[in-house]
Design a binder for this molecule. Sequence first.
Ligand code: XUL
Length: 536
Amino acid sequence: MAAELCLGLDISTQSLTGLVIDAQEAEIVALESVNYGRELPEYGAPNGFIRDFEEGVVGTVGARPEMWLDALEVCLARLGRKVNLRNVRAISGSGQQHGSVYLSKSYGRQLRWLDPGKSLRIQLKSCFTREVSPIWMDTSTSEECREIGEVMGGAGEVCRRSGSVPIERFTGPQIRRFFKRWRAAYERTEHIGLVSSFMAGVLAGRIAPVDRGDGAGMNLMDIGRWEWDLQLLEATAPELLRRLPRIDKRNGVIGRIAEYFVQRFGFRPDTRVVTFTGDNPASLVGMGATEPGKVVISLGTSDTFFAAMERPHTDPDGFGHVFGNPGGEWMTLQCFVNGSLARERVRDRCGWGWMEFNDAILKETKPGNGGNVMLPFFQPEISPKLNLSEPVLDGSAEFMGWKDKAGLVRACVEGQFVNMRMRVKWMNLSAREILLTGGASRSDGIAQVVADVFQAKVRRLSVSDSAALGAAMLAASGGLGKPLAELQAKLSKPEGGAVEPNAAAAGVYEEIEAKLQGLLERVCGKSGQLLSGPLS
Ligand code: XUL
């Protein structure tokens, strides 16, 4: 009998990854990744995005949706050289969250009549009513966030309904800015999709729904009923409901794969396309953390902390989020912008490689760092909301003068995770185990600091592409009815031993927390920055 393959696609900030699993054997059989900057340089996005894409507007960050289409074709062609795509029974995917794609009336028709002799880019190019899609790094919509909050009776009310206060990168405020600034183009827009639903629609050859995981990152969805909140829609832009996709509450089958992919890449015509989700919800699935009890810390361009949630409650400070959990009901998430970038900056200033960085934590310094602390923010942060462009240091003269290299490395990492611990208290989670993923999770030094700060066991998985893996599992569960828990038991396996917390470090981090709080208050007092959150 032919293998039952399932494909998971992850359309992330810097690359598009395709991961194929054999759903019967529960094993990974192929993995391919297309780096936009390196492999599609014609899009002028070396890191996958274009900064300041809208002239005269500070903080716009976006990407051309055609770039994602080209990357999809390259990725499928490469996967086709590794596995027989005729054996793929179901496809699902995950997209970088919050990003939105704007399409005209001709889009639905074009999708139904795709010519396998021409590329997707050529055929869909004329359908975009907005050339550049805003992505999650965009911070240009503060005014729109304020306006939506005002109409709704306060940011707290938006949070109660949608799981988050109005947030600059979230899709609703982005749609509002598009409507205000480019009204004629908004009028011409017949359909607005998320990165996830847009790519799912292309594969299925029809307009695709959004799921609860990604849809909750829009400031438009009611997280109690999992339906569009009509008042939020009205506060965002006129006649928005007819422009949005439907909501799929179950990550079910959208339909069969479009003929285009059958002809061009050799898929079988009855391959099922399953509703895509966001990268963080997909990662929750891939890490095997859809049931409460485990928390995931993902270390990437941004660091994220997320976990399954039994009952939704929202962050009183307004920095955190509640999304749908594709393998359960809710999940909670906190995003930290100063992730790998801050670690890289400290490493570069020390003139070191990652090996020395790791050794500085494990061999040259101790928990508490002799009292030297850092607020490790090299760019504006969102958890907490703070407008810094340089870290704030407190400690010895040598440390403050950037001469104590090992101390600076530890202070950066301790500062990041103590801040993380402070920000996620509202979630009330009792984490038995922390699952660490993303590039920096390979560092034993970082893993030890995480274990010590949270006083929990830290485990790492053998698969680093947890979002693509989660998407492949969603294809198998939604498309073929395979139980998610069984797939997770086999595919989300920890690698190596656990990193155990050092109990003696617990008190040390209470002291560091108090010091960082003091530093935050000092910085905020001086600059008048927002610290206590948008709800106050
Ligand atoms: C989450 C967020 C980021 C993106 C990255 O709210 O903005 O983690 O999903 O792809």
